[in-house]
Write a protein that binds this ligand. Structure first.
Ligand code: GLU
Length: 283
């Protein structure tokens, strides 16, 4: 009996070791194998987009790429976290404030525009990028060249985005607005003619238009319909974290990493971005 107990204890330890090796296989942690060697700080959970090529994308092999991903990695490193300690979490447009408030994520880097409504619920570091709302239409479409042309047309955007809000409030209140959970769903609609146009930030639309499977199918209208200043969303009142992130963003611009990230992620789409915005303490 004693022997059996000892044997079973050995078995339990071996099983635990195996389980531990399997940890992080949810596909969301970067280099899970390295997380065991991570420093004393443990993990950091960061909210990003999973379906926006060039901005925030979960790739078929489970890795992450995009400008926001590079910004997130840079900031995390300055906060003392190595890539293996980062866990990326999907942060859909409509869930960002709640995810921050719940403490599901430490911060959100997800094409997240700073605006008054959101600032009532969360704080923002940055801004670290300036985009503009634009329209994406099918390549052969000549009927939509300005926002007024959208009235009576089927327009797709995302629930909880400033893009959808702007359409309803000012750009095209009479458009038939379909709101989806993510822009990739809108793209499918544009391709199969369920919608006539997709609207959101130019940086996001340019990424979709440049994807291999979309090449030649869509075009951007080239309208600067709004100013979208991207900030890093964090818990309201966390002054220390905001300061640290602002410092990291300032360093990213100063040491050339910001330019490199812009070229690597927006260059292939031929997207002409605005220069780095001034990181202001009060936004
Ligand atoms: N930047 C806009 C926003 O924060 C549109 C892009 C998005 O939905 O993430 O709402």
């Amino acid at each position: 009996m004693k022997l059996w107990k000892a044997g079973s204890a050995t078995f339990v330890i071996a099983a635990l070791a195996l389980t531990a090796t399997g940890c992080g296989s949810d596909g969301e942690t970067e280099s899970p194998s390295r997380s065991a060697a991570s420093g004393s700080k443990g993990k950091i959970v960061i909210g990003i987009k999973f379906d926006q090529p060039g901005v925030g994308l979960k790739q078929p092999d489970g890795s992450y790429a995009g400008f926001d991903v590079d910004v997130a990695r840079y900031v995390a490193k300055k906060l003392g976290y190595m890539p293996g300690q980062i866990q990326f979490k999907k942060a859909p447009s409509a869930q960002r404030e709640q995810m921050i408030k719940n403490g599901d994520v430490k911060f959100v880097v997800a094409s997240y525009s700073i605006n008054d409504k959101r600032e009532k619920e969360v704080d923002f570091a940055g801004p670290y990028f300036l985009a503009h709302q634009d329209l994406l239409v099918r390549a052969g479409d000549k009927s939509i060249t300005k926002p007024e042309d959208l009235n009576g047309k089927k327009l797709c955007s995302v629930t909880g985005s400033t893009s959808a809000q702007n359409v309803k409030e000012k750009l095209a209140p009479k458009a038939d607005l379909l709101q989806r959970g993510g822009y990739s769903e809108c793209l499918t609609g544009l391709e199969n003619k369920a919608v006539d146009a997709v609207t959101t930030d130019d940086a996001i639309l340019a990424g979709y238009a440049a994807q291999a499977q979309h090449k030649g199918k869509f075009k951007l209208a080239g309208l600067k319909l709004s100013d979208e200043k991207y900030g890093i969303g964090l818990k309201e009142g966390d002054v220390d974290l905001k300061k640290k992130i602002d410092a990291a963003l300032t360093a990213m611009v100063a040491d050339g990493s910001w330019d490199k990230a812009v070229q690597a992620n927006f260059g292939p789409a031929g997207f002409a971005n605005e220069p780095a915005p001034k990181i202001t303490a009060a936004n």
